[in-house]
Structure formats: structure tokens, C-alpha cells
Design a protein around this ligand. Structure first.
Ligand code: HXC
Length: 517
């Protein structure tokens, strides 16, 4: 080996070593002091051991208005690819120790490179965000840099799964890249997202508010519906991302990986025969049914703290990933409101884009009535769920467990919007509206003029329930393919998924539909 080559190798080793600690040990200590891991520690925890291959470790920026002296190897983001349980993913992890992880031209180019490659090879993109936003000293170049990422987010949407993890600040227009992606994870008490921070809020509205109360994990997972998953710390958050990836295909041309959890397909559950209470006004927990039917009772719920009247999430039936959408009678009686419609609509569209069959478990008394909902746009929000289910071409199955009234019956994956196979339990009530409302409309005069109006109302309700509030009229029409025993639900679903496996459905030729956004 000649001396020059030796020097080059030494130089490479030095540059690589610098790129691993670009801003010095003190900054790393400060990062740990905030309860956060570094960009590289996060990558190590997220990916299978030893699989990370880095790109652009030596790439630097141009320093913006501060000049070339103010540059760092890697420019504040670590990018590359590696595997999760043996399947390739592309990743970028922002390094807050370098100029606050702020995003400039070179930083963005690095992210765009892995996004482009991910789309080309058909692998998920995972972004670990920890950044002060647009790098101020790069001015409009920093804004242009964000635009390039937004463009790629949109182009990749529905092609490869895009997952964003917020592990620090995420402010200004920077929030819009994660919000275009499919799923947002947030870490409690160390991450926040907002379009304008507390100081701007104070200037403009004179309101004092903390970052946590303005855009912390609790707010976005329970109130705004921006975040899909939250975790108490970085380590648990990264573990949850690995879990999610296991339910998903790598791209829109593939199916999700099959995982055999050794749970017999013909396992039945006699307790389900007693799940629905005799009193139709009494609630029960839909989670009991969900956990009973899924392989190994494993369920990854999406947005568990938001619009809790509807449950969405991933599980497996016979090893195959399914997207589950279930009304939750234990919360607001399982009614569909604006938030539930948005939440489920977006989830259904994700599943459809990525070949994940949809299973609906229905117990819905209707759309939420009242001026708050009407003025809040229940018409256009409800239409999102209607549109999403109707548009979906993946295998679709529904099980009506109890109530399925009116428009909500139609929206929740009914036969009439071309669901493939529709089952009902014997406890199902499928009708235009609930017995009380129906009796009051049809028999208004008779009830009003009666000596004992309540007795007449009860009698009419009983008549109505007997005639309409059951699954048999719908079964006679063929709108319900079979009235099944609750205990057999798991087995019937797995058999039906098997038979629907070869489903092919083409829509009309068009640029794209116009979902009521
Ligand atoms: C350049 C930045 C920066 C930024 C932080 N830094 N944000 N440098 N551009 N946007 C630098 C700091 O100067 C500091 O450098 C280091 O990063 C760490 O920041 P600190 O303030 O010391 O850390 P902390 O106290 O934890 O506060 C973090 C922070 C705060 C909350 C993110 O730095 C902050 O408010 N930054 C500005 C946020 C912001 O308004 N960004 C623009 C949003 S608008 P030194 O050298 O001291 O270590 C936007 C538009 C996007 O992003 C448009 C897309 C269309």
C-alpha cells in the first residue's frame, strides 16, 4: 500500500468518524438531557441489528448566509436503508444536535434521495423528525427544500407506506410533510407539532399556552386527530413502528406478509353468543369481539384516543392482515359523527391503497343528530366514509352485530355499496331507523290521542321491532348473505377471506375521483 493511498484511507476514516459526531459530544449530552435519543441511536433501535447502510454521510450544505465555515458533515440528517424483520425500509433521521436538525438545501436533498429510491424499489419510507424547521440562514432555499419533500410525499402516497415519527419539535410548514404521510407517531412530552408556536399565538391572540397544550402528543392523539400512535418514550415508539411495518406490504403491488400465529382458523368462541345484551339500549365493548376473532387476539389500534366511537386498526385472520373498522357501542352508542367518519374514511382508503382486506363490525344507531354536527359538516364528513368504502376494491366483508340503521347502515360497508360478503348475527336490527323514532313518526296521531300514550308507544315499538328490527327481512332480500352464529364469526371470516383472495375489480377510467375532502 503506498503512502498516498494510506493517507486517503486515514482521511476517509477521520471523515466518517466526524460524521458520526458532527456537532460534538456536548450536543449529544444535551440531547440525552432532554430525554431524547440521538438520530443514530434511533436508527439502531428501529432497524434489524447491523443492517443500516448509510448514504451521504459526507454531504455538507453551503452554510447559507453564515457561509461555508458553518457546515457539518451530514448536514443534520442521517439517511439510508436497512431492514425490519428482514424487509427493506428507507429511513431518514434528523439530527437535532446539528443546527437544531433544521432543514436546508443539502439536508432536503438527502431526504429526497432516499424517498426517490424507496419509490423506485417499492419499500416503505420512515422519517424520524426532530427539527427546528426551515433553516433560517438558508432563507428561501430552505422553503424550496421543503417543497421538494412535499412533492415527493404526494407522489409516493398510495405507492409505498410512508410513516412519520415526531421525536422533537415540528413547527411551521414542516408539519405538512408528516401530515401527508400515512401514519404519524408521537413521543409523549418530547414532541410537538404546530403551524405557529406559543410565542406567535401570544402575539396574535394574546393567549398564553405551552407547547405541550398547543400541539403535544396528547392533544394530537385525542383532540385534533393528527397523530395515530403515541408512546411514552423513543424506545417504545420505535418498537411500535416495527410492529406496524409487520402488518403492511412494502408497496401497492404487493400483499402484506402472512404471519402464522398458530391460532386455529376453526376456533370458535361460545361466549360471543352472549355478547349482545338483551336490552337494546344497553352497551357492550366491541373490543371483546375484536380480540376474540383475531389471530392470537393481537390488534394494533390506530388512533385509539380519537373518535373512540369507532375503532380502526390492523389484525390478522388466518395469518393475513386485515383492516378492521368497528362501531364502538360503549362510546356515544357507536354513533357516526364528523370525527369518526374522517378517522374511518382515511383508514379505509389506506387499506384499499395497500391491498389490505377490510372487515366491518357494525353496531351503529345512525349519524349523530343536532346543530353541532350539522354545522360542523356531518354531511361532508360522513360522505368521506361513504366514498371510501364504496370506492374500495379490496376484499370487503361486514358483520352486522346489532344496530344498523338508516344512512349509517348503508355507509358501514353494506351490500348496496358493493361490499362482497355481508353477514349478520341473529341479534342484528336492520331498519330505516330505531323503533322509538319509527313508532313516533308512523303512529304519531294514534299515540297523541291515546289515553295512555306511553303504553301505545311501547306496543308500537314492540310491533316495529318484531317486523323490522331483525336481520331476516334483509336476509330474505339477499342483502345479508347469511345470518351466522356469533360463536362462528372468526371461522366464517377466515373462510370468506380465502374465497375472496382472487378478487379483481377495476374502476372506470379517470384521472382520479373527487372525494369530499
Ligand atoms: C436555524 C435553528 C433553527 C432554525 C433551531 N436552530 N431552529 N437554526 N434555523 N429553524 C438552532 C438554534 O439556533 C440552536 O443553535 C440549535 O438549533 C438548538 O436550538 P435551541 O433553541 O437551543 O434548542 P431548544 O431550546 O430545544 O429549542 C428548539 C426550538 C427552537 C423550539 C426548535 O430552536 C425554535 O423555536 N426554533 C425556531 C423554530 C421555528 O420557528 N422554525 C421555523 C418554522 S417555519 P446553537 O448554535 O445555539 O446550538 C418553517 C417553515 C417551513 O419551518 C415551511 C415549509 C413550507
Amino acid at each position: 500500500m503506498d503512502a498516498q493511498y494510506h493517507a486517503t484511507i486515514e482521511n476517509l476514516e477521520r471523515l466518517r468518524a466526524e460524521s458520526r459526531v458532527p456537532a460534538g459530544e456536548k450536543k449529544i449530552e444535551a440531547q440525552h438531557g432532554r430525554g431524547k435519543l440521538t438520530a443514530r441511536e434511533r436508527i439502531d433501535l428501529l432497524l434489524d441489528d447491523g443492517t443500516f447502510e448509510e448514504f451521504d454521510a459526507l454531504k455538507t450544505g453551503r452554510g447559507g448566509s453564515l457561509g461555508d465555515a458553518h457546515t457539518y458533515p451530514g448536514d443534520g440528517v442521517v439517511t439510508g436503508h436497512g431492514s425490519i424483520d428482514g424487509r427493506e425500509v428507507f429511513i431518514f433521521s434528523q439530527d437535532f444536535t446539528v443546527i437544531g436538525g433544521s432543514l436546508g438545501e443539502a439536508h432536503s436533498q438527502k431526504i429526497c434521495k432516499v424517498m426517490d429510491l424507496a419509490v423506485k424499489v417499492g419499500a416503505p419510507i420512515i422519517g424520524l423528525n426532530d427539527s427546528g424547521g426551515a433553516r433560517i440562514q438558508e432563507g428561501v432555499d430552505a422553503l424550496a427544500a421543503y417543497g421538494e419533500i412535499f412533492h415527493r410525499n404526494v407522489r409516493a402516497s398510495g405507492v409505498v407506506p410512508q410513516i412519520s415519527c415526531i421525536m422533537g419539535p415540528c413547527a411551521g410548514g414542516a408539519v405538512y410533510s408528516p401530515s401527508i404521510t400515512d401514519f404519524i407517531f408521537m413521543v409523549q412530552e418530547s414532541s410537538y407539532m404546530f403551524v405557529t408556536g406559543p410565542s406567535v399565538v401570544k402575539t396574535v391572540t394574546h393567549q398564553e399556552i405551552t407547547s405541550e397544550d398547543l400541539g403535544g402528543a396528547r392533544i394530537h392523539s385525542q383532540k385534533s386527530g393528527v397523530a395515530h400512535f403515541t408512546s411514552p418514550n423513543d424506545v417504545l415508539c420505535l418498537r411500535e413502528i416495527r410492529r406496524l411495518i409487520n402488518y403492511l406490504p412494502s408497496n401497492n403491488r404487493q400483499r402484506a406478509p402472512i404471519l402464522d400465529l398458530r391460532d386455529p382458523a376453526d376456533r370458535n368462541d361460545p361466549a360471543l353468543d352472549y355478547l349482545v345484551p338483551e336490552n337494546p339500549n344497553q352497551t357492550y365493548d366491541m373490543n371483546v369481539l375484536i380480540h376474540s376473532i383475531l389471530d392470537g387476539a393481537e390488534f394494533m389500534e390506530v388512533q385509539p384516543g380519537f373518535a373512540r366511537n369507532i375503532i380502526c386498526g390492523f389484525g390478522r385472520l388466518g395469518g393475513q392482515t386485515v383492516g378492521l373498522v368497528a362501531n364502538q357501542p360503549a362510546v356515544l352508542a357507536g354513533v357516526l359523527d364528523t370525527e369518526a367518519s374522517y378517522k374511518a374514511g382515511r383508514f379505509v382508503r389506506f387499506c384499499d391503497a395497500f391491498n389490505i382486506p377490510l372487515v366491518a363490525l357494525v353496531d351503529v344507531p345512525g349519524f349523530m343528530p343536532g346543530p353541532d354536527q350539522e354545522h360542523g359538516g356531518i354531511i361532508r364528513h360522513g360522505a368521506k366514509l361513504l366514498y371510501a368504502f364504496t370506492e374500495a376494491t379490496v376484499p370487503r366483508i361486514s358483520v352486522i352485530v346489532r344496530k344498523a340503521y338508516g344512512g349509517a347502515y348503508l355507509v358501514m360497508n353494506s351490500k348496496h355499496i358493493h361490499c362482497d360478503v355481508n353477514y349478520a348475527w341473529p341479534t342484528a336490527e336492520i331498519a330505516v331507523m330505531g323503533p322509538k323514532g319509527a313508532a313516533e313518526v308512523i303512529h304519531r296521531k294514534e299515540i297523541r290521542d291515546a289515553r295512555d300514550p306511553e303504553a301505545v308507544l311501547n306496543e308500537k315499538m314492540a310491533q316495529y321491532r318484531h317486523t323490522f328490527a331483525n336481520p331476516f327481512l334483509a336476509a330474505q332480500r339477499g342483502y345479508i348473505d347469511d345470518v351466522i352464529f356469533p360463536r362462528d364469526t372468526r371461522h366464517r371470516l377466515i373462510r370468506t377471506l380465502q374465497v375472496l383472495e382472487g378478487k379483481e375489480a377495476e374502476g372506470p377510467e379517470r384521472k382520479h375521483g373527487n372525494i369530499p375532502l
